[in-house]
Design a protein around this ligand. Structure first.
Ligand SMILES: *Cc1c(COP(=O)(O)O)cnc(C)c1O
Length: 377
């Protein structure tokens, strides 16, 4: 099955009982048993729900793993995945991972005895330098936010296998339409499905796919024990979103190319960060491991004043955190998503006060460019 076909026909297509082509929303908590302990596969919806199951089968197929899981948010997915580890374990993370991932590792998981080190995983020698006797996993985000740094998944996977480490990849930015980390050796891939998979800024959800039956058993045990499940209605909304992921991603990318062509020639724009640009540090690797470069980009206008002026004038780029939806979103990482990082550290990383991050939507590209043209003056 090709990709766009799989987004529609993967998992469990429709409903066998009635012929409905869309999976019904099983808004139910418990299931009648024929005799004590004898049931049709469902006993209680924390353990399993048919609508959630259909979504879990779909994401499993799309990512090419052995089992899928749906959680109440991306962070619930990440937290539950971390529960596969034990007190005393250590994890190596990409240094500019999603802020919420950084927060739970450094303020919550550390209290439970799981420690972390954050390094630039696009540089394998930094991973080597962070390895400890108790290191059990590597957690990669590629490309990263907001500078779009790219990590070589195959290189990290080889290293992880040599050292018996679990390799976990947050695939939210590139989406399974453009990148399938399991094919490059990852053991676990996870998503904030709130972003591109949902795609319409109307649902908060998280998905995990594992590539090993035992990991699947273990994660289901955790999902059922901790209970951070996705409800049936949100599961259905997510399946509805996933059906159009392919055409959305293609349109997102066409628009991104057009926006970049415009920004490249604009005198105010000092630097553009996008893995699809040949002079971007991650271009070759992104080209090797992704079938598309995505629709997230950042650019530097040089100062906070210029950034503020731009933001006050844009009309179709909505000032908001989050990403990956049909509407274009714009943000200033230094003031928003990365405000908690001390300014000095931010500047070291390249997150200047004039850096602007854009999630390019699927509006008409001519309108997006006209909007930017007007706002940049
Ligand atoms: C948003 C996001 C998360 C967290 O997901 P929620 O659905 O907001 O809990 C994790 N990783 C990345 C890369 C994200 O963008």
């Amino acid at each position: 099955m090709r990709k766009k076909t799989q987004l529609i026909h993967g998992g469990i297509f429709g409903d066998k009982e009635t012929g409905a082509v869309s999976t019904p929303i099983y808004q139910v908590s418990t299931y009648q048993q024929e005799a004590p302990g004898q049931h049709s596969g469902y006993e209680y919806s924390r353990t399993g729900n048919p609508t959630r199951h259909a979504l879990e089968e779909l994401i499993k197929d799309i990512e090419g793993g052995t089992r899928g899981f749906a959680f109440g948010s991306g962070m619930a997915a990440i937290t539950s995945t971390m529960m596969l580890l034990n007190s005393g374990d250590h994890v190596i993370f990409t240094d500019d991972v999603y802020g919420g991932t950084y927060r739970i590792m450094t303020n919550v998981m550390n209290r439970l005895g799981i420690s972390s080190t954050f390094v630039d995983t696009s540089d394998l020698s930094q991973i080597e330098g962070a390895l400890q006797d108790n290191t059990k996993a590597i957690f990669i985000e590629t490309p990263t936010n907001p500078l779009l740094k790219v990590t070589d998944l195959e290189a990290v996977s080889n290293y992880a296998k040599e050292h018996d480490l679990l390799m976990i990849v947050d695939n939210t930015f590139t989406t399974p339409y453009f990148q399938n980390p399991i094919k490059h050796g990852a053991d676990i891939v996870l998503h904030s499905a709130t972003k591109y998979l949902g795609g319409h800024s109307d649902v908060v959800a998280g998905l995990v796919v594992v590539n090993d039956d035992q990991l699947g058993e273990d994660l289901h045990y955790i999902q059922n024990s901790s209970g951070a499940i996705l409800g049936p209605h949100d599961s259905w909304l997510l399946m509805r979103g996933i059906k159009t992921l392919g055409i959305r991603m293609e349109e997102h990318e066409v628009n991104t190319q057009a926006v970049i062509e415009f920004l490249k020639d604009h005198p105010i724009v000092e630097k553009i960060y996008y893995p699809g640009l040949e002079d971007h540090s991650g271009y070759d690797i992104a080209k090797k491991q992704c079938s598309g470069f995505g629709a997230m980009l950042s650019f530097d206008v040089g100062s906070e004043e210029k950034a503020n002026e731009l933001l006050s004038k844009v009309r179709y780029f909505t000032l908001a955190e989050s990403l990956g939806a049909v509407e274009s979103l714009i943000s200033v990482p230094a003031k928003m998503t990365h405000a908690s990082i001390p300014r000095e550290r931010r500047l070291e990383l390249g997150i200047t006060d004039g850096l602007i991050r854009v999630s390019v939507g699927i509006e008409d590209k001519e309108d997006l460019i006209a909007d930017l043209k007007h706002a940049l003056g």
